[in-house]
Design a protein around this ligand. Structure first.
Ligand code: ADE
Length: 233
């Protein structure tokens, strides 16, 4: 998958060289390129923002540098998807991460300040696919942190990125519930014992216990995720 990121802080994404995603980049599974929006601003100060029409607090990102930058990164792709992180977008979920992991080319446009001039969104929506995605119901200073989270959530679902694909199956949100608690050796630590069923070798009983813990946890902190009656197998 090719990922382009347009931002005024390209070095923010240097950390993508680390860990599993760094290895995926090394292996050629992920091709991530961060571009400096200011390279597409041509005045002496490389200005990317201006005051809002209609008044109001803060600054708005100017359309011209965005137009040049996005023309550049989107022109080389085959039906690329443009993602604009925004608190006004649809909520980014595990299901969306999975859907996006099948894309071949995603470009992220990281806004700062009060956002990007709306005509940029309108322009690229009329020419191709654009999605506004929100990390959650809170406001960040810009799209960079949201894009980092999205790249990690999407990237680890690309085949070959996570060594053991089975480890992706039993995670929070994959089956609509929160994941069950996990334990490792030693069996006793500070007088705290690993639940006996997990040492029993009885796979049916273990699966049942884990399922019960998933439902219990989900009911406690995310009851909105439970089906009306928990009638699932
Ligand atoms: N930019 C600022 N806040 C954001 C959020 N909650 N999600 C995505 N992008 C953002």
């Amino acid at each position: 998958m090719r990922i382009d990121i347009v931002t005024i802080f390209p070095s923010f994404f240097d950390v993508l060289d680390l860990s599993l995603l760094g290895r995926a980049r090394g292996a050629g599974i992920l091709d991530v390129r961060a571009h400096d929006l200011r390279d597409f601003a041509h005045d002496r100060h490389r200005t990317v923002d201006d005051t809002p029409y209609g008044g109001g607090a803060g600054m708005v990102m100017k359309p011209e540098p965005w137009g040049e930058a996005l023309d550049d990164v989107l022109s080389s792709g085959d039906d690329p998807l443009l993602i604009v992180p925004s608190p006004a977008g649809e909520p980014f979920t595990q299901a969306i991460a999975r859907e996006l992991s099948a894309e071949t080319h995603i470009a992220f446009a990281c806004g700062r300040y009060e956002g990007i001039d709306q005509r940029v969104i309108d322009e690229y929506s009329s020419r191709g696919r654009v999605r506004l995605l929100s990390l959650g119901d809170y406001v960040l200073n810009g799209g960079e942190v949201a894009v980092m989270a999205m790249i990690e959530a999407i990237g680890r679902l690309i085949p070959g990125v996570v060594g053991n694909p089975e480890s992706l199956v039993e995670e929070s949100h994959e089956d609509g519930l929160l994941e069950y608690p996990s334990y490792t050796k030693p069996a006793s630590w500070r007088d705290r014992e690993v639940p006996a069923v997990l040492l029993s070798g009885n796979h049916g009983a273990i699966a049942e216990w884990r399922r019960a813990r998933q439902i219990e946890r989900t009911a406690a902190v995310r009851p909105d995720l439970l089906p009306p009656d928990d009638s699932r197998p």
